[in-house]
Design a protein around this ligand. Structure first.
Ligand SMILES: [Fe+2]
Length: 388
């Protein structure tokens, strides 16, 4: 980026990290003098006992109202319905305990509880008037990055065309994020690998994005390094607290990075598939990642060679171009090692909607513009054809 480009790095969230750091929750609640708290989570988190561990740190004098019905790929209808259920409760704080779907739902409710209407009214940038309600985020996966970002994603079913839409807000960052790997000791291996590969996708797409900057490069490239070092051990054993802690911090770092660098067409195509098939975001990204990297690398071979170095690929004696290609081969192996399938067909995506998926992804400017290599509609179609 030219020195004559003005860049802004936007951040707000206080990050409290360390195994056992949830014990800081009650002190943080006291600081903002919240007495009525809306707790957002899902049934999986509740059944795993994580919700109770978090609630044990909320002082008894606080009133808590629990919404545990968040579904994966949260939609407009669910978010609006939750708002109408809780709007008259005098809520001061939203405590979100879960993965990306939970954290994004919390952001939607923080807008609606302060502004009313439907979350669909706020698709876009900074379209609400009143300050949002504060959010405390407790991420329970190692991939969303939503705990340190200012965006939320919702599935919109308008006109029977399912698409994913984004809501951005200057102040939509959570106030505090608690990064406590001790909560994640029983996380299933497949969730660690899929959400961890989502974080790796954020880090790589953010690093090579057209909107990247000095600060986002530092956050995203370091996250590539940490995830490359830790994802295998974390996937193998969720009780490896050091590996899980490293993954959690890397996911949060790249969450902050991507909030400012944007992402690319892995996410552009993945959101189209996620909305149409209700497919798991991390797995779709992980499958698409090598195909998009193969398409993108010639736009910035030097940065791709940095990715190879960060992933500890031996690039001694290689040209920059060969080092860039070695990074892609390494990502392919890593994906396989952590148990992600190579083709979308394995998760039920076939050719039947390929034209629709292509059109949706092609029209998604949020990801097309920062993607380092320009893509035509035909390019997207070809990538989908290969990946299916
Ligand atoms: Fe993602």
């Amino acid at each position: 980026m030219s020195v004559y480009n003005t860049t802004v790095f936007n951040a707000k969230t206080k990050l409290i990290s360390g195994a056992g750091s949830m014990k800081e929750l009650s002190g943080e609640i006291k600081k903002i003098k919240a007495s009525t708290i809306l707790v957002i989570t899902d049934k999986g988190i509740k059944n795993a006992g994580i919700l109770n561990q978090v609630l044990a740190e909320v002082q008894p004098s606080c009133k808590t109202i629990i919404f545990d019905e968040v579904k994966p790929n949260p939609c407009v209808e669910m978010t609006d319905k939750a708002f109408h259920s809780f709007k008259d409760n005098g809520i001061h704080l939203i405590l979100a305990v879960g993965g990306g779907s939970v954290l994004d739902t919390a952001k939607g409710l923080s807008i609606l509880l302060a502004n009313g209407g439907s979350i669909a009214d706020y698709f876009g940038f900074d379209l609400y008037k009143n300050n949002t309600l504060p959010i405390f985020a407790v991420p329970t996966t190692v991939g969303t990055g939503s705990e340190s970002g200012n965006a939320a994603v919702f599935t919109d079913n308008k006109d029977d065309l399912k698409t994913k839409r984004l809501v951005f807000g200057e102040d939509l960052f959570p106030e505090v994020a608690f990064l406590d790997a001790a909560l994640l000791k029983n996380m299933p291996s497949h969730l660690i690998s899929s959400t961890g590969m989502d974080a790796l996708t954020h880090a790589i797409e953010g690093y090579v994005s057209n909107w990247s900057s000095h600060v986002t490069d530092a956050l995203n490239l370091h996250a590539v390094r940490v995830i490359g070092n830790s994802i295998r051990q974390a996937t193998a054993n969720s009780e490896n607290v050091e590996a899980m802690h490293a993954m959690l911090l890397a996911s949060t770092s790249t969450g902050l990075g991507m909030a400012n660098s944007g992402l690319g067409m892995v996410h552009g195509i993945s959101h189209a598939i996620g909305a149409q098939y209700d497919a798991p975001h991390g797995i779709v990204n992980a499958i698409l990642l090598p195909y998009i990297l193969e398409y993108n690398w010639i736009a910035n071979p030097v940065k791709f060679s940095h990715i190879a170095e960060a992933l500890r690929v031996n690039i001694d004696g290689l040209s920059v171009e060969d080092a860039a290609k070695a990074a892609i081969e390494h990502v392919k192996h890593l994906t396989k090692e952590v148990g992600i399938p190579e083709k979308l067909r394995a998760i039920g995506v076939d050719d039947s909607k390929i034209d629709l998926l292509t059109d949706i992804a092609f029209n998604d400017q949020q990801y097309m513009v920062p993607n380092p290599r320009k893509m035509t509609r035909q390019d997207i179609y070809n990538i989908l054809k290969q990946a299916i």
